[in-house]
Design a protein around this ligand. Structure first.
Ligand code: MIG
Length: 796
């Protein structure tokens, strides 16, 4: 049934003309899979059987069972890699090159079990192959039954504590806590429109965080095969091939992220412009369309950082080409926009049109860069241009060739690249919308088929793109946004959440999707504002826009047959509200950019759950209609139609209302005012929130109620690889006096000519900057390059 709707949706975009190709491809795909697919005899599930002996190795130990091998390897004393064999090893695409130091371990044998201990945890292996992990207090944190092997597939079962909640698994359409159902690990096109419950989606990652009272853990399965994770009383993970390899870390959330991103990499700093607003639409077909949009933004006084060109800019959907009638001089257009501070971004799909006159196709054939079938013929499948061939991104040679093509666009002044259809997706009348399973892949010479390469395809397309941009424009930071990917995507690209439906429930689900992507190491993502597939009304658009203002990727986009969605088409009051939030986004840039630096430095996501620093408070665990933007801002978007206020259970501590500065006591449920013009935002007490208007920095000070707090501000040139600086602001409240001390690090000169300090929630009687008294007006005063500010507070 779901297939039927998918096909119908695809037809809507494609028309009947292409449809015969989809039938033909579906038939061929099934024939190929039948002809060349190995029938693995599906044996009875077998466990490891009794352990025969072990050898202690560097940082771990290896065990031999009758049917399986087990390798336990500590990367750090609290981070361990487990590998059950037999099977093919992963190629390592997910991993950042990291040298892990040797870890001292102790091995202790008793009659029925072996205990491996590092300074931070014990792993208890029973004779039958079950594993128990104990950390910290010595309590058992995780218990794994002996794995089972059925044919080439692995099945693992883990006990879950009744209160345990699970987060992550990549991109998911549902609630924040993913426990209670089954999810597939197979990157898939949602077919033009999806809402809550749709699974799988474009970007699956076998990683999850388990929150339970005894302490949290993170598990990453380094296995790219088709698989599933289902969770009820127990968690069952299944992978159709490979070795069963996984990494486990224990500890507080920040620590788990630190470990996972040390393993799979941290996102590089984006160019600063990418954090601005992007306008897109499948349907900006010509230069005139683009100029019209740009003019509209200028006329309505709306800031804009980028315009995206969807597939219509190409000549017959030929990748890396430009339609000369629609865009007669892309170079001129790009440079004209660039002068206005607007970047052009172009879409790139992996499918290369089969066309003997077309340069890219000819080169791909000549260089042997395309995916093939077992008989050595090039795989062909239909996508936008008709029949296409597809580069084998699992070959470094193919990646380098593909990457060299980006010069064609960069040379014309394109500043960013948008990767679509890289699940990979092919059009088909029925069945899986992807390559036949028997498609051959190089996998750096290991050679395997699509069952192993499928989930890696998008990741590696981005690796190719990222490396190309690094090489072709060495003084600029690459900016790519991708629909698909896998573990490690964060090293190369941002993500967007694909073809969401234009409904309130889809808006509601977006918060959980973004949070779970963050739990999966993908911090930069965001939705198509207003939803992709249909027409939002003014209220839905406004609420969606308001939410996205506080998400890393801030872009409006929609399908070609939806009505136009530039902010002004909705008239007033939408236009003014949107303008206000756009301005707010740009004012928040110093804060956002500092979060980007934190993501790069420590692996922390920009958007975090409410329990981020209060894990012990289990009442916060399942809140997925609000989030933290960094450590200091709590955003409670309006996700329901027609409402003017909303409730929220606040984390502990003290908070200030962003809009009027009132102090709000945390730890209980509050009612928040939310007229259409406003999103409830709370600021953590003690925060110095950096905002900017042109080259003026405004430090908004929200005094601590007791004790001290630290805020950071990161600055550099906003692109390239030059010097940087971090300014730290420490706020201390002491006997009615408030002190702000600033310390700086790094060589980049302080970029603001003027700094203003604005106090919230208190009344300031007198102020001293570096010992000199300064005039305070309306709780504001100007400071430049201060080291210390002291304030005498009214009524404190
Ligand atoms: O088959 O390029 O998710 O953002 O506008 C649809 C056309 C292909 C899907 C993307 C969407 C994009 C559309 N693409």
């Amino acid at each position: 049934m779901r297939d039927f709707w998918k096909v119908l949706n695809v037809l809507r975009f494609i028309g009947l003309r292409q449809f015969s190709r989809f039938v033909r491809y579906a038939v061929l795909r099934d024939i190929y899979n039948r002809r060349w697919g190995e029938r693995v005899p599906s044996t009875q599930g077998a466990g490891p059987n009794n352990v025969h002996g072990h050898v202690v190795s560097r940082s771990g130990a290896r065990f031999q069972f009758r049917e399986m091998g087990l390798d336990i390897h500590f990367l750090t004393p609290d981070f361990v890699r487990i590998t059950w064999t037999p099977g093919s090893l992963p190629v390592g695409y997910a991993l950042e090159e990291t040298e892990w130091p040797q870890v001292d371990i102790e091995v202790q044998d008793t009659k029925s079990r072996t205990i491996l201990s590092s300074s931070e945890m014990d792993i208890v292996l029973s004779e039958d192959g079950s594993l128990t992990y104990r950390a910290g207090t010595g309590q058992s944190l995780r218990r794994e039954a002996p794995p089972q092997r059925v044919g080439e597939a692995w099945i693992q079962q883990i006990d879950l504590k009744p209160e345990a909640q699970i987060f992550g698994l990549g991109e998911r359409a549902g609630s924040l806590n993913v426990r209670g159902r089954s999810y597939r690990l197979w990157n898939s096109d949602a077919g033009g429109s999806y809402g809550p419950g749709s699974d799988p989606l474009y970007l699956t990652i076998p990683v999850y965080v388990c929150l339970q009272e005894e302490g949290s853990s993170l598990i990453f399965y380094e296995n790219s095969f088709d698989g599933s994770v289902s969770m009820n009383d127990r968690l069952t993970a299944r992978f159709e091939g490979g070795v069963l390899r996984y990494y486990i870390a224990f500890g507080a959330l920040e620590h788990l992220f630190e470990r996972y991103t040390a393993l799979t990499g941290r996102p590089p700093l984006p160019p600063r412009w990418a954090l601005g607003y992007h306008q897109s639409r499948w349907g900006y077909k010509t230069e005139a369309d683009v100029l019209d949009v740009v003019e509209g933004f200028a006329k309505h006084d709306l800031p804009l950082s980028a315009i995206h060109l969807d597939i219509d800019y190409m000549d017959g959907y030929r990748i890396f080409s430009v339609d000369q009638n629609r865009f007669p001089d892309l170079t001129r257009l790009a440079s004209e926009l660039r002068e206005k501070g607007i970047r052009l971004v172009t879409i790139i799909d992996p499918g290369v049109k089969v066309d003997s006159e077309y340069e890219v196709y000819k080169e791909g054939i000549a260089g042997d860069h395309f995916c093939k079938l077992p008989d050595g013929s090039v795989l062909q499948a239909p996508v936008w241009p008709g029949w296409c061939a597809f580069p084998d991104f699992t070959s470094s040679k193919a990646r380098a060739w593909w990457g060299s093509q980006y010069a064609r666009l960069l040379d014309q002044g394109i500043c960013g690249i948008w990767h679509d259809m890289n699940e990979p997706t092919t059009f088909t009348a029925w069945g899986e919308m992807t390559f036949p399973e028997v498609t051959q892949h190089d996998l750096e010479g290991v050679r395997s088929d699509h069952r192993q390469a499928h989930n890696l395809y998008g990741l590696l397309m981005n690796q190719a793109g990222f490396e190309a941009l690094r090489m072709l424009r060495p003084d600029h930071r690459p900016w790519l946004v991708s629909r698909s990917g896998w573990a490690g995507l964060q090293r190369y690209a941002w993500n967007w959440t694909g073809d969401t439906e234009s409904t309130w429930r889809a808006l509601r689900m977006t918060v959980a999707t973004v949070l779970n992507l963050g739990f999966s190491g993908i911090p930069y993502t965001g939705p198509d504002i207003g939803g992709f597939s249909h027409h939002p009304d003014a209220e839905l658009y406004t609420r969606w826009f308001q939410l996205a203002t506080f998400l890393p990727f801030f872009r409006t986009h929609s399908a070609w047959d939806t009505s136009r969605r530039e902010p002004w088409v909705f008239g007033e009051p939408t236009l003014s509200i949107v303008r206000h939030f756009l301005e707010l986004r740009y004012r928040l840039m110093p804060y956002l950019y500092t979060l980007a630096w934190e993501a790069n430095k420590f692996g922390l996501p920009l958007v975090r759950p409410l329990f981020w620093s209060q894990e012990a408070d289990s009442d916060l665990w399942s809140i997925d209609d609000a989030f933290m933007l960094g450590e200091k801002l709590l955003v409670a978007p309006v996700l329901e139609e027609g409402v003017q206020s909303r409730k929220l259970r606040l984390p502990q501590g003290h908070w200030y209302d962003f809009w009027d500065g009132t102090l709000v006591q945390g730890g209980s449920e509050v009612d928040l005012d939310a007229p259409l013009t406003r999103v409830p935002i709370l600021v953590a007490a003690g925060c110095v929130l950096p905002m900017e208007v042109e080259d003026r920095l405004i430090l908004h000070l929200y005094p601590p109620i007791e004790g001290d707090a630290e805020s950071r501000l990161f600055n550099d040139a906003g692109d390239g690889y030059g010097t940087w600086r971090v300014d730290r602001f420490e706020t201390v409240m002491e006997e009615g006096n408030l002190r702000i001390t600033r310390s700086s690090e790094g060589d980049y000169p302080f970029p603001y000519t003027e700094v203003e300090l604005v106090l919230h929630g208190i009344f300031c009687r007198r102020a001293w900057v570096d010992g000199r008294e300064t005039a305070v007006r309306d709780n504001r005063f100007v400071v430049v390059n201060f080291k210390m500010v002291e304030l005498e507070i009214e009524g404190a």
